[in-house]
Design a protein around this ligand. Structure first.
Ligand code: NAP
Length: 246
């Protein structure tokens, strides 16, 4: 059990989660990330982290499955004995208009985006409480604050994450554990790849900074929240959206 910082990132096989892993990749940090099914993507994240002089281990584990989450964290705690930072990033969308939304599409999105964060945070919090230190970061979304037609399930999950963040922040503050949410605006990843070019252009037209976000834009905020510079920040929502929402 070394003294290296242990960082756990959910959904690290691509997109924002991969960028978050890479933002933490250095010689003093050991990163564990999970993913749903993209083994190749997970290997690529580990390779890129190694190229950057870090270590990132990918473990296939569905965040919505309590047994898989328990096993994921057991492997981490057996290896390192602690969790310094948890980034709840794994997320999915199953969009549709409310009147046509199937209950399973509601449940799937809530299970991964919100229940997944609960399951991971619960286990990580216990380990953090023992060490009297922890940094918990949720990846919410601007739509959790603004709303968005066609995403009732996703918006509910992302708004739920913000409330969850505040409850966790209040519950764990006395143990020197902070919890904050990042609310990204539009970011070009596989999740948003299904949008038409026209829809993307219309979205970018509403962003004061005139461009979509990159995964690195979001990862920078996560690295800041996990750093000493953010020691006195808890229960907050950090908006990283180019000014889309102010
Ligand atoms: P992405 O490219 O689709 O990546 C999602 C990641 O989550 C993948 O690594 C995926 O793993 C993993 N994942 C999905 N379901 C999982 C499960 N059940 N268990 C474990 N891992 C799972 O999405 P992204 O754009 O990077 O999004 C990352 C986070 O940012 C999400 O929470 C998303 O809601 C949020 N966000 C994104 C945007 C945006 O514009 N892109 C904006 C605001 C917020 P596999 O692919 O291996 O299954």
């Amino acid at each position: 059990m070394g003294s290296a910082r242990t960082v756990v990132v959910t959904g690290g096989s691509k997109g924002i989660g991969r960028a978050v892993c890479l933002a933490f990749a250095d010689a003093e940090t050991v990163i564990y990330f999970n993913y749903g099914s993209d083994e190749k993507g997970a290997e690529e994240t580990s390779k890129l982290a190694a190229d950057a002089g870090g270590k990132a281990f990918g473990i296939k584990a569905d965040v919505s499955d309590p047994d898989a989450v328990a096993d994921f964290f057991k492997q981490i705690l057996d290896a390192t004995g602690k969790i310094d930072v948890l980034v709840n990033n794994a997320g999915i969308t199953k969009d549709g208009l409310l009147v046509r939304m199937k209950p399973e599409d509601w449940n799937d999105v809530l299970s991964v985006n919100l229940t997944g964060a609960f399951l991971c945070t619960k286990i990580a919090a216990k380990a953090m409480m023992k060490k009297r230190y922890g940094r918990i970061i949720m990846i919410s979304s601007v739509v959790g604050v603004m709303g968005n037609p066609g995403q009732a399930n996703y918006v509910a999950a992302k708004a739920g994450l913000i409330g969850f963040t505040k409850a966790v922040a209040k519950e764990l503050a006395s143990r020197n554990i902070t919890a904050n949410a990042i609310a990204p605006g539009y970011v070009d990843t596989e999740m948003t790849a299904a949008m038409t070019e026209k829809a993307k252009e219309a979205m970018i037209a509403q962003i004061p900074l005139g461009r979509g976000g990159t995964p690195e834009d979001i990862a920078g905020a996560a690295a800041f929240l996990a750093s000493e510079k953010a020691d006195y920040i808890t229960g907050q929502v950090i908006h990283v959206n180019g000014g889309l929402y102010m």
